[in-house]
Design a protein around this ligand. Structure first.
Ligand SMILES: Cc1cc2nc3c(=O)[nH]c(=O)nc-3n(C[C@H](O)[C@H](O)[C@H](O)COP(=O)(O)OP(=O)(O)OC[C@H]3O[C@@H](n4cnc5c(N)ncnc54)[C@H](O)[C@@H]3O)c2cc1C
Length: 312
C-alpha cells in the first residue's frame, strides 16, 4: 500500500463530515493561470481541528504539505504535485467579523474582493487597494500582496497561524518579518486568519469611488486572459515590465504562453499553454534581460511544490 493510501486510511475516520479529502484532484481550474496537473491528495478542511489532524499525520509520516489559496500567484507543474494540497475554501475560513473596538477578523479563506466589498458596505476604509487582487487573505498575507501604494501588512495587526506540526501561534505584526512579496513566518506555516485594522470610517459611496478609480487603472493596464499576475518581481528601483517591454518582448510566445501585449510583466495563457511553456518563456525572458541589461529577474509567481532554482 502506498504511503498516501496509508495516510488517507489514517486520517479519514478522524475528520468531520464537512471536510473533503480527494485523491488526484485536478488543480488547473483552481488557479487563475488554468495550468497544471493534479494534487496527489487534496483536502478542504471544514474545521481547525480537521486541519490539525491532517497536518499532524502528514508531519508524522514526513509527507509534504502545500497550501493553496485562490491559486492566483502560482504555476502548477504539468505533472502535478506529489503532496497534500490544503485549501481553506470551506465557509469556516471565510469569516468577516467587525468588532466594536474597530478591528476586523478576516478568515484566511476570505477572498480579497469580499473583504473589500464587505468593509465598504460597513463603512470601513483602508482596504480599497486590495480590490483587484484576485487572491485570498491567506495568500495575500504570505505574499504581502500590494498595489496602488498599499501593502497587505499595512492593515494587519495580528496573524493567527498553525505550524506544520499542528501548533497554534498568534503573532503580532511587529514580530513578523515582512518584505516585498514575502512574509517569512508563513513560508512554512498556515495563516488561519488575521485581525485587521481599518484606516478610518467613511461613507460607503466615498470608498466605492476610490475603488472605481483603482479598478479603471487595472482595466486599462492589465490583460484579460488567464495569468498569475506579475511574473517577475521588480528589481530594486526599476520595473520588470518596463525592462521586458524595452527589449521588444511583448507578444513573444512559447506554445500558448505569451508575454502579454498589454503588460510585459504578465505571461498569459492563450488557450492551451502548459507549465513547461511558461517555464521556457520565463527562461527566454531572463536570458534576454541578463544578456542585454546584466540583471537577474527573479520570478514573483511561485512554482507550486517545486523551486524555480531547479529550473532556471
Ligand atoms: C490578474 C492578477 C492581478 C494581480 N495583481 C496583483 C497585485 O496588484 N499585487 C499583488 O501583490 N499580487 C497580485 N496578483 C498576484 C496574487 O493575486 C497575489 O499574490 C495574491 O495575494 C495571492 O493570493 P492567493 O490566495 O491566490 O494565493 P496562492 O496563489 O494560492 O498562493 C500563493 C502563496 O501563498 C501560500 N498560501 C496561500 N494560502 C495560504 C495560507 N492560508 N497560509 C499560508 N500560506 C498560504 C501558497 O502556499 C503560496 O506559497 C495578481 C494576480 C492576478 C492573476
Amino acid at each position: 500500500m502506498s504511503m498516501w493510501n496509508k495516510f488517507i486510511l489514517a486520517v479519514r475516520p478522524r475528520l468531520g463530515a464537512g471536510t473533503r479529502l480527494l485523491e488526484r484532484e485536478a488543480l488547473a481550474a483552481k488557479t487563475t493561470m488554468r495550468i497544471g496537473g493534479p494534487a496527489r491528495v487534496y483536502a478542504e478542511p471544514a474545521a481547525t481541528e480537521d486541519l490539525r489532524v491532517l497536518l499532524l499525520e502528514a508531519d508524522r509520516r514526513a509527507l509534504p504539505v502545500f497550501m493553496l489559496g485562490r491559486g492566483s500567484n502560482l504555476l502548477v507543474p504539468d505533472e502535478g504535485v506529489d503532496g497534500l494540497v490544503v485549501s481553506l475554501v470551506h465557509d469556516h475560513w471565510q469569516r468577516f467579523e467587525p468588532q466594536p473596538d474597530g478591528r476586523i477578523w478576516a478568515g484566511a479563506g476570505l477572498r480579497l474582493k469580499n473583504l473589500c466589498g464587505r468593509a465598504t458596505k460597513t463603512g470601513l476604509k483602508g482596504f480599497e487597494f486590495l480590490e483587484g487582487i484576485p487572491g485570498t487573505v491567506g495568500g495575500a498575507l504570505r505574499m504581502n500582496a500590494g498595489a496602488m501604494g498599499g501593502w497587505m501588512f499595512d492593515v494587519v495587526e495580528e496573524v493567527h497561524l498553525m505550524t506544520m506540526a499542528g501548533e497554534m501561534r498568534v503573532m503580532s505584526k511587529t514580530e513578523m518579518h515582512v518584505e516585498y512579496r514575502i512574509c517569512a513566518e508563513l513560508r512554512d506555516a498556515i495563516a488561519l486568519g488575521a485581525w485587521l485594522r481599518p484606516a478610518a470610517s467613511a461613507p460607503a459611496d466615498d470608498i466605492r469611488r476610490q475603488i472605481d478609480v483603482y479598478q479603471k487603472k487595472r482595466l486599462e493596464s492589465q490583460p484579460r486572459e488567464p495569468s498569475a499576475g506579475c511574473i517577475f518581481k521588480n528589481p530594486p528601483g526599476d520595473s520588470a515590465g518596463r525592462l521586458i517591454d524595452e527589449l521588444g518582448l511583448k507578444g513573444e510566445r512559447v506554445g500558448d504562453a505569451e508575454v502579454s501585449p498589454v503588460h510585459a510583466n504578465f505571461i498569459v495563457n492563450r488557450g492551451h499553454a502548459t507549465s513547461a511553456d511558461v517555464v521556457a518563456l520565463v527562461r527566454k525572458i531572463r536570458a534576454r534581460v541578463k544578456g542585454e541589461r546584466g540583471l537577474d529577474l527573479e520570478p514573483e509567481v511561485l512554482l507550486f511544490g517545486r523551486d524555480w532554482r531547479d529550473l532556471l
